[in-house]
Design a protein around this ligand. Structure first.
Ligand code: ZN
Length: 107
């Protein structure tokens, strides 16, 4: 008979690590701005958004236009700006352009 007294403790330690808060804020690059430019009118706008969202807007123009009809106040400013620009220059050749944020364009 062996007296085995295995009093091994499984100490559960509660780690008090801080919960990582994932900020879902949109990261707008400060250095480069993206926008639409009409090659025929030589007009351009640079809404405060990313390049991918501008490309998305141009691809989905017909969808965004329908949404804008029903929810005129629910859209972001960049969306309305971009939509208005694309509407005004529909049929023109509008391209996605980029510029350095600090430098004003003189073209
Ligand atoms: Zn135009």
């Amino acid at each position: 008979m062996t007296d085995q007294n295995s009093g091994r403790r499984n100490g559960v330690t509660l780690s008090s690590e801080p919960v990582l808060s994932l900020s879902k804020g949109r990261a707008v690059a400060g250095a480069v701005q993206y926008g639409f430019q009409c090659e025929e009118c030589e007009q351009a706008i640079f809404p405060a958004t990313t390049r991918s969202e501008l490309a998305w807007l141009r691809e989905r123009l017909h969808v965004v236009r329908e949404v804008a009809k029903h929810a005129q106040t629910g859209l972001d400013t960049w969306m309305l700006e971009g939509l208005e620009f694309l509407e005004r220059h529909s049929g023109h050749s509008v391209v996605l352009v980029s510029r350095a944020g600090a430098r004003p364009t003189s073209a």
